[in-house]
Design a protein around this ligand. Sequence first.
Ligand SMILES: [Zn+2]
Length: 167
Amino acid sequence: MESNELIRELIERVAGDVGLIIYSLRPRREFTDEQMSEELGIEINDVRKALFALYELGLAEYRRKRDDETGWMEYYWKINYDKQNEVLRRELLKTKRKLEEKLEMEESSIYYICINGCVKISYEEAMEYNFMCPRCGSMLEYFDTSIIVEKVREEIEKIDEMLNSLK
Ligand SMILES: [Zn+2]
């Protein structure tokens, strides 16, 4: 997956459609949330929410200035396009860590599942239930995690490739 596609996915997940629209606009100059709201015809609260979500990601920054006429604090926003790869790298590493934890868990445990799909439990628990499903009473079956392990490994590999392509 290309990094532009990745960043769009991330922004959509964290800052929603409005965040994605603002980011895609590529505003050259600083702007206030009010200006952006007018330009896009989107509720100012939705614009603010999206901007603060972008800020949380590290993709936007702001400075505050008091408006001389109204006395209100105004937020002047800027989108940090140069932070894109840095943010992506951080998010990819976060996902990778989670996958590695999952991998470790799947590799180190033995699971049993109900043949009807009600439960997935550890070997110890399965013993306690005499290898019968606690919900429906059917037999419990050894659950082969090798497919999951393989999948998680592939996902980690993909993330490594993406990380390499960011360099
Ligand atoms: Zn069952």
